[in-house]
Design a protein around this ligand. Structure first.
Ligand SMILES: *Cc1c(COP(=O)(O)O)cnc(C)c1O
Length: 423
């Protein structure tokens, strides 16, 4: 291109066709490049735009629920099709989008009824708005937590219109603290709320009533367990619950202990799409369903279909079909058996973590493959980015979070990276 006169925006944009973006975006890239006096930068500008789009990546970090990588891995595709989203196939009349999924989730966690909203924050908001608006909701000072991404329990409670009544202290809250608040003549408490401290641990001189004790206080107990473990016995895993699950609260056991409702995320330990589940007493779920906010927080058919797939896998007791669980329980021997695909590369011990703000401090023994130096930038810049970690001046890919089908691609990428100087 002649350097004295800038090229036409149109011609430059058309020369970027291979980047694979719609012409309107290529024109933007071309225009910016010309305005910057650097037409040659147009290709890079177009690539920058294209890398902002949602696209699959390979997770080599060993963090099973990686918040930046969409938490639980999810494979889902659907042909363009109508569905019976809100059609009752028996009567031909208007149906309820929550009915099928509600039935499956209720069955899976032993609840009378269940419904789905967009995420767990929405589940908490809706539950409080529907059941405690303008009235008191009791919560321990030790559970006024921030979960991440700005989800603060006191803020959500305030937005719901419930009046937050704090009981106990940061480290110790007793049954008597709740009972005293309820005995206050001015108290019109509608709910007791229990919030799982998902992402941090309180150790040392601590005390908190058990779920069954909180349930005995009188008002319905809403237990926000957050992470979405359905059943602490993990009947979907042939080997039973892994040791690292520890004392993670589970939906079925919380309900058995007397919680009136549980709320949890769909994309943490549940292993499904982003969603929030409200499960428990039928009359309370019904009140949530009827609240005007339910409409604003309702998920679409894509999410419901993916969640249904996950719930059906639980009911078939088929943990293999739930990618999070399939990966989470892989033994190091199973991981080692894949090393053949990584010939010529260095195998190394690794430790995976559940991630997603669940089970803080838990490490799962794993196996990685490493190359010297920091190649993470180069791995990220591949057409299908590979996200790896740097440890002791080496780049490590944890095999636990890599699908076996991707082993050959990851091995190739690491061999190429090893053959080049570090970033
Ligand atoms: C993760 C979590 C939330 C927020 O869940 P989202 O699905 O991300 O909205 C709320 N409460 C608890 C206890 C959690 O663990």
């Amino acid at each position: 291109m002649p350097q004295d006169r800038p090229p036409s925006v149109d011609r430059l944009a058309r020369s970027l066709d291979h980047v694979g973006l719609p012409m309107a975006l290529l024109v933007d890239a071309a225009r910016q490049a010309i305005a910057a006096g650097d037409p040659d930068s147009a290709v890079e500008r177009a690539r920058v735009i294209s890398r902002r789009l949602l696209a699959p990546v390979i997770n080599g970090t060993g963090v099973l629920l990686h918040t930046n990588l969409g938490r639980a891995p999810l494979s889902w595709s659907q042909n363009a099709d109508y569905s019976n989203l809100e059609l009752d196939l028996d009567t031909g009349g208007r149906g309820d989008r929550q009915r099928g999924i509600g039935m499956l989730l209720a069955q899976a966690c032993g609840a009378e009824s269940a419904m789905v909203v967009n995420n767990c924050a929405a589940a908490v908001l809706l539950t409080l708005a529907a059941l405690a608006q303008g009235r008191e909701a009791l919560v321990s000072r030790g559970e006024l937590v921030e979960i991440g991404g700005g989800f603060r329990v006191p803020d959500v409670m305030a937005w719901s219109g419930a009046k937050l009544v704090e009981v106990g202290t940061t480290n110790r809250t007793r049954w008597e603290d709740y009972a005293a608040a309820l005995a206050d003549p001015g108290s019109d408490a509608a709910l007791v709320v229990q919030v799982h401290r998902s992402n941090f641990r309180l150790v040392g001189y601590t005390e908190a009533p058990r779920t069954a004790e909180l349930a005995s206080l009188g008002p319905p107990l809403v237990s926000n367990i957050g992470s979405g473990l359905l059943d602490s016995r993990c009947p979907w895993l042939t080997g039973g619950p892994p040791g690292w699950l520890d004392a993670e609260p589970a939906a079925r056991q919380s309900l058995e202990a007397g919680a009136s409702l549980v709320t949890f995320s769909g994309d943490k330990l549940f292993g499904g799409p982003q969603a929030g589940v409200i499960a428990g007493r039928a009359d309370l779920v019904e009140a949530c369903r009827k609240h005007p906010l339910a409409r604003a927080l309702r998920p679409g058919s894509l999410v419901l279909a993916a969640l249904q797939e996950t719930a059906l896998a639980y009911l078939r007791r088929d943990g293999e079909a739930i990618d999070f669980w399939r990966m989470a329980v892989l033994s190091t021997e199973q991981l080692r058996s894949r090393l053949g695909a990584y010939e010529g590369l260095q195998a190394t011990e690794a430790s995976s973590t559940p991630g997603g703000g669940t089970l803080p401090g838990v490490e799962i023994e794993s196996l990685g493959v490493s190359v010297a130096g920091d190649c993470t930038g180069r791995l990220r810049s591949r057409p299908r980015p590979i996200i790896a970690r740097v440890r002791d001046d080496a780049t490590v890919v944890d095999l636990r979070t890599v699908h076996p089908d991707d082993d050959a691609e990851v091995a190739d990428a690491l061999r190429q990276a090893a053959a080049q100087p570090s970033d």
